[in-house]
Design a protein. Structure first.
Ligand code: 5GP
Length: 178
């Protein structure tokens, strides 16, 4: 087990690069099977999902579109609860098969509040793919269609996820040391 320091906190190995990559390849196969000939539009939520989105998209063997939007501000180690759209969605979703790509679903508040805005545009279908899910923390009703890993209610960094701005470039996922 390796331990790293990000700002003032120590984190220990949780998911290796290999484990993450294998699971993402599996998800890409599953999604490709469900969306054959549908040309889905992926909406990746920045900042945290940029690595997941890039790797999933590379593995995807069907035609698909992708765009990136920015929604939430997340300060420190607790969800701020504030959802802010700072980069707007330019694509027209009407009649499209849309898949949201999220790095992690914690309380579920972010997506729960954002989904109606997308549904308003009448996509043909709307699904969610999240790399990580903390089921014990999820308080807002949400259907998660593709889940990479269900994880305990502990703060994680790496693979796109940050702790106060740092840690996004780590290839593995680390968990806060207890
Ligand atoms: P939710 O709205 O589901 O409570 O929170 C979603 C957002 O909170 C995620 O997109 C992510 O930015 C942030 N978040 C939740 N849990 C963690 C965590 O363990 N580590 C990091 N780095 N961010 C988290």
């Amino acid at each position: 087990m390796s331990v790293i320091q990000v700002h003032d906190k120590k984190f220990e190995t949780f998911l290796s690069e290999d484990v993450i990559q294998k699971r993402i390849a599996e998800l890409a196969i599953e999604i490709a099977r469900d969306y054959t000939d549908k040309k889905p539009l992926f909406i990746a939520i920045l900042n945290g999902s940029f690595m997941f989105a890039a790797d999933l998209f590379k593995h995807l063997q069907i035609e698909a579109e992708i765009c990136f939007i920015k929604l939430a501000s997340y300060k420190g180690m607790k969800s701020s609860g504030k959802v802010v759209t700072s980069i707007g969605l330019e694509e027209d979703l009407f009649g499209k098969d849309v898949i949201i790509l999220e790095d992690i679903v914690d309380t579920g508040k972010t997506l729960h509040h954002f989904l109606p805005k997308l549904e308003h545009q009448q996509p043909r279908s709307l699904k969610i793919a999240t790399l990580l899910h903390k089921p014990a923390a999820t308080k807002f009703p949400l259907t998660l269609d593709y889940i990479g890993f269900s994880i305990p209610e502990k703060f994680v960094v790496g693979y796109g996820l940050d702790y106060d701005g740092l840690g996004r470039n780590i290839k593995e996922i680390y968990q806060l040391s207890s």
